[in-house]
Design a protein around this ligand. Structure first.
Ligand code: NAG
Length: 391
């Protein structure tokens, strides 16, 4: 008996969960799924029954993460063998080495005008295009330098690929997510930077909004994820974009997005014209963030973004937070028409509720489900599964 206790404790602390979480088959058999896939099924693992407990769900989330990396986004490498940083004059300069290659990049911190820190901080891909309440720092870095995003010729170009090789499977968004995690690692190790790493947010608009969603999904230290007007490939679902395209709208589809740029892994080319095949859609990408904070900021003004798809996809994602008993940690705001990436006053309160709660630690009501444009989405044809109460 004396002996068992320490063994049990060490099993728990070393992640004994892993022992009860079956591995996915290396080449899973994928079924065609014409509705939004059930996040709480085990498919493509051969397994009877559905996810019913929080610990099942943790296991299932790890499967969803693996599948998204294999089939859509490419793998996110862990921090490389050597990473160092210096901090001076608001600049965090990071040097990373791997297998004889070395790269350097810089993150710039803009501090709030008052207080002493450590401050919550919003990492803003491509610069900040949302308002922030007082007291929140902003961190920017050149994500397009980490992985280029000009067009198809950008495949394998950028500092990430200098380090890991041009044929690394990560698409540009996964490379940015990797860099974001490196920045958070170095902020944790740099108290002089005065950033509270338990209160980090990530945002970006349009293509960078898709990227913000991916960053939030693949680093559990990010307290709040704010994709802004991220459209197809972000807050939109592949299947919903395909269904709304040409009916009569001109919505960007997966087939078009992989022609436009290199945000996704080359592995996704196989599925871009066969979107019923992946065992996930973007409600499940968003669901990797649960139970952390997510607020999706969308704009009804552009058919190309697929507003109906985003509304339906994120509404379905929220069922995952609901299953976990925390639906108010996932918010949604669809504005009326306004210029792309210019933040309208209409959505300010929706956004600030989330920042106040998850970054400034205020007790505020984040039950935010706003559809100012009044778009109708009927979930019945798309969601043919019940929401469990995970215990
Ligand atoms: C939070 O806000 C929602 C939506 O406005 C409202 O229905 C709910 O009653 C509020 N909850 C609390 C505890 O005030």
């Amino acid at each position: 008996m004396m002996f068992l206790y320490p063994v049990l404790l060490s099993l728990i602390s070393s992640g004994a969960l892993a022992a009860t979480c079956p591995s996915l088959p290396s080449s899973p058999q994928l079924q065609s799924i014409t509705t939004l896939p059930d996040p709480f099924s085990w498919h493509p693992l051969q397994h009877s029954g559905r996810v019913t407990t929080l610990s099942d769900w943790q296991c299932r989330q790890s499967h969803i993460s693996t599948l998204l990396q294999q089939l859509e986004l490419g793998t996110k490498p862990p921090a490389p063998s050597s990473v160092t940083s210096t901090f001076s004059q608001n600049k965090l300069s990071i040097t990373a080495s791997n297998a004889g290659k070395t790269i350097s990049f810089t993150a710039t911190i803009t501090y709030p005008s008052s207080g002493a820190g450590p401050y919550p901080a919003m990492i803003a891909y491509g610069g900040l295009s949302i308002p922030l309440p007082p007291g929140v720092a902003t961190i920017t870095f050149d994500n397009s330098q980490i992985a280029q995003q000009n067009d198809q010729s950008s495949r394998g170009k950028g500092l990430f690929y200098t380090l890991y090789g041009a044929d690394h499977p990560a698409g540009a968004m996964m490379a940015w997510a990797w860099a974001t995690s490196l920045i958070i690692d170095r902020l944790e190790a740099t108290p002089a930077a005065r950033i509270n790493t338990a209160r980090i947010g990530v945002t970006g608009c349009s293509r960078n909004g898709k990227g913000a969603l991916v960053a939030g999904a693949f680093d559990s230290r990010i307290a709040l994820t704010v994709p802004q007007e991220s459209g197809t490939g972000g807050s939109g679902c592949w299947r919903l974009a395909a269904a709304s395209e040409g009916a009569p709208q001109d919505v960007q589809t997966a087939g078009e997005i992989v022609q436009e740029n290199v945000w996704f892994s080359a592995a996704f080319n196989t599925y871009a014209n066969d979107v019923d095949r992946p065992p996930f859609d973007h409600h499940m990408l968003a669901g990797l963030i649960a139970p952390r904070g997510l607020v999706s900021i969308d704009n009804a003004g552009y058919q190309w973004l697929g507003p109906w798809s985003s509304l339906g996809c994120m509404g379905t994602a929220r069922l995952i937070w609901q299953a976990m008993g925390v639906p108010d940690r996932m918010g949604y705001s669809m504005s009326t028409d306004h210029p792309h990436c210019s933040f309208p006053d209409q959505q300010r309160g929706d956004l600030f509720a989330f920042i106040n709660r998850f970054m400034l630690g205020m007790e505020v009501n984040t039950t935010v489900q706003k559809n100012y444009a009044g778009i109708a989405f009927d979930s019945k044809p798309w969601v043919n599964w019940q929401v469990p109460t995970l215990t």
